[in-house]
Design a protein around this ligand. Structure first.
Ligand SMILES: Nc1nc2c(ncn2[C@@H]2O[C@H](COP(=O)(O)OP(=O)(O)O)[C@@H](O)[C@H]2O)c(=O)[nH]1
Ligand SMILES: [Mg+2]
Length: 468
């Protein structure tokens, strides 16, 4: 075995996206990060070598005098990866970026794999897996609440909760191991009951945490707001007016919209995916029928449904909406094309419809709407935001599970602990209980990566982007 097999390579990658930008950052991490930087950049003024935030021009050579850069140096272990890290901020033209990267690669740096900087941070114990995933979530955040939740996880709040659960599980395991080790030291019925309670309540705690995923998903993945109603009621016009651009084709021909159209926006700090659908009706047209099928699929996956009507909804319409409400979907009823009515007509319609809806769908909001009135867009935004707040407030904890991987582990471990608690109560042999608890502890450790398998780490890090 040679030394080189153990040598840690110095990795390099652009941390900013490809293409032109004002500035770009090229990041190095590893033992040669500083010497490589020293080789290619010279101090602008009196600096002797790379130092945090010193100004540099490129050294004479093939790419002499093509740019001025700023170099930030973070010496090990006080860096993101725990290794020496250098961030070179240059102008964001492709020629400059290419020249710098080529020089560093030629001199022995290797191009970083996707997620390799974070992977090194994980390997060097700077962050755990939950925090590594939070970094990717923060980078992908489109809305304020989404970013705040990811940042909370990056700061380690969720990891701390997971670690506390592990510690508590290890304590229970210790009691069981003791029993196995010293069978003659029989446990009193009282102590057995206490152990069973301890395991059961830990299981419940983890189950509750897994249930925050409902809200966590809403914040992390975004709320799906689906526009629903018969053809020609004004669904596509609502989408266009609401997002302020002509995204969907609008005509007076029923069945114009065939496919579902999605648009992302931020509303009240939430990420919202608004979905226009073909709507629902019986049709012989093959394409429209597929559109109707997709509309139904969109409705099934909706968090909030904007149900459009130009007439009073029928009993069948209301029954369908009630069924959707029973599935925990927020309903906003929209009386569309309001501008077509004169004031008395509108008033009469609103009054009777409202009375009817209050009875039929007490929890739904109702708004009278026109795609042609600017004020109505704010009204609609307010109605959607209120629904989102309601869903978001449904849980008491402000600690949210936003990652489906975490949720699945919590559900599995909670079930296993419930089982173990029953086994302890039933007086089953401790060998069985010990195996079950150990398995639960292994699963729980997967969360933070305390005992993570190579495969799991590979799966997680390979979805990262280059330069992070
Ligand atoms: N007066 C009026 N007409 C509207 C309004 N919204 C849509 N329309 C018209 O209704 C027709 C159908 O609109 P569209 O948005 O394509 O309906 P969709 O089939 O539900 O998507 C078009 O001719 C629109 O111009 C509105 O708020 N007021
Ligand atoms: Mg349409």
């Amino acid at each position: 075995m040679t030394d080189s097999q153990f040598a840690i390579e110095t990795i390099v990658a652009p941390s900013t996206p490809p293409g032109q930008s004002g500035l770009a950052v090229i990041r190095l991490s590893g033992p040669d990060a500083v010497t490589l930087t020293d080789r290619f950049f010279r101090p602008k003024r009196s600096h002797k070598r790379a130092a945090a935030m010193a100004g540099y021009t490129m050294s004479p050579g093939d790419f002499a005098d093509i740019d001025e850069v700023v170099v930030a140096v973070f010496l090990a272990p006080h860096s993101f990866t725990g290794e020496d890290v250098v961030e070179i901020t240059c102008h964001g033209g492709s020629a400059v970026k290419r020249a710098i990267l080529a020089a560093l690669l030629e001199a022995g740096a290797v191009i970083a794999e996707p997620g390799e900087f974070s992977r090194r941070a994980f390997m060097n114990g700077k962050i755990d897996l939950v925090q590594a995933e939070a970094i990717m979530d923060l980078i992908g955040s489109e809305a304020k609440r989404q970013a705040a939740s990811a940042y909370g996880q990056l700061k380690g709040r969720l990891s701390a909760e997971f670690k506390e659960a592990s510690a508590s599980l290890y304590r229970a395991m210790a009691s069981v191991e003791l029993m196995l080790e010293f069978p003659e030291h029989e446990m009193h019925a009282e102590a057995m009951a206490e152990l069973s309670d301890q395991v059961r309540s830990l299981g419940r705690m983890l189950e509750h945490l897994s249930q925050t995923y409902r809200r966590g998903r809403l914040i992390h993945d975004g709320a799906r707001v689906v526009i629903y109603g018969e053809p020609n009621v004004g669904k596509s016009s609502l989408l266009n007016a609401f997002i302020g651009m002509n995204r969907a084709i609008v005509t007076d021909i029923p069945g114009t919209t065939r496919d579902t159209i999605e648009h992302h926006l931020e509303l009240g700090g939430y990420k919202v995916i608004i979905v226009d659908t073909a709507g629902v009706r019986e049709t012989d047209d093959v394409i429209e029928r597929e559109g109707v099928r997709r509309s139904e699929e969109a409705v099934a996956g909706a968090d909030i449904i904007l149900a459009l009507f130009t007439d009073r909804p029928t009993e069948a319409d209301l029954a369908a909406l009630r069924a959707l409400q029973a599935e925990d979907k927020g309903i906003v009823l929209i009386l569309s094309k309001d501008d077509l009515l004169d004031t008395p007509g509108r008033q009469a319609r609103m009054e009777t419809t409202l009375a009817m809806l209050k009875q039929a769908l007490p929890a739904a909001s109702v708004i009278s709407y026109s795609a042609y009135r600017a004020d109505d867009q704010a009204l609609l935004a307010g109605a959607i935001a209120a629904r989102l707040d309601e869903t978001d407030k449904a849980g008491a904890s402000d600690l949210l599970v936003t990652n489906v991987r975490h949720k699945q582990v919590l559900v599995d471990v909670a079930a296993e602990l419930a089982e173990a608690a029953s086994e302890i109560s039933a007086g089953l042999t401790f060998d069985l209980v010990a195996v079950r608890l150990r398995h639960a502890a292994d699963r729980l450790a997967e969360l933070t990566g305390d005992d993570v398998s190579e495969m799991l780490a590979d799966t997680i890090f390979s979805s990262f982007c280059v330069g992070k």
